[in-house]
Design a protein around this ligand. Structure first.
Ligand SMILES: [Zn+2]
Length: 229
């Protein structure tokens, strides 16, 4: 069983939006998994084999307890009933306490579909009198991370201080050479520089070094104030 499960439309989206947070959760002893919905290919400099090897390398750096790939069609991801059924089945088997999904507003249709699928699968996973595998399960929360193909400035519900884990996040991102390094301008600021800058911006916003923002549609409760940055 997992405590936290991240749904990612493509292998690299969980690292982009929440790589530092995953490392933070792992440093606190949590059980964390990532479910990639597609193989993310084709891309200009990648191939299924290359992307798989890159994903395995990033998975080792993150120290994930579980990583799977649902094998849904890249570029053609649709929030249909069959995809919802398969995702709900994974939720009933892995039984995560909290679920993470991409932010719902995005230029990439796969990201929009993944966000909608996460909402629908979370609800379906709790159904009784169904032929879904496993037992009913309802993740307590669904939190949305940012890996958007838009220059958005949405207001997050909270920002996690990932300062001690920024180098690990950058190492995990650098595993995806075909996505972030090959064929990209090598003169600064590189794409990786700009991804670090974004984490720095969110860190600045909370008076810390580096941060990752999350949105929750429902209210976020606290048991105390001591962990506030
Ligand atoms: Zn993506």
């Amino acid at each position: 069983m997992l405590e936290y499960l991240f749904f990612a439309p493509h292998p690299d989206d969980a690292e982009l939006g929440a790589g530092g947070s995953i490392l933070l959760l792992k440093s606190q002893g949590a059980r964390v998994g990532v479910l990639d919905l597609t193989d993310g290919e084709p891309t200009p400099h990648g191939s299924p084999e290359v992307r798989r090897a890159e994903t395995e390398a990033a998975t080792r750096i993150l120290g994930l307890d579980w990583r799977g790939n649902l094998g849904l069609p890249n570029r053609s991801l649709v929030a249909d009933l069959e995809a919802r059924r398969r995702l709900a089945g994974v939720l009933r088997e892995l039984r995560p306490r909290d679920l993470f999904a991409p932010y719902w507003e995005d230029a990439h249709p796969d990201h929009v579909a993944a966000s909608a699928l996460a909402d629908a699968a979370r609800f379906w996973a709790k159904l009784t009198k169904t032929d879904l595998p496993g037992e009913p399960h309802y993740p307590q929360r669904i939190l949305y991370y940012f890996s958007v193909h838009l220059r958005l400035h949405p207001r997050p519900s909270f920002v996690l201080d990932v300062t001690p884990h920024i180098e690990g996040k950058m190492q995990a991102l650098a595993c995806y050479r075909s996505q972030f390094i090959e064929g990209r301008p090598a003169t600064p600021p590189t794409l990786l520089d700009s991804l670090r800058d974004r984490a720095r911006y969110w860190g600045w916003a909370i008076g810390a070094g580096y941060g990752e923002p999350f949105v929750c549609r429902e209210e976020v409760g606290l048991r105390g104030l001591r962990d506030l940055v």
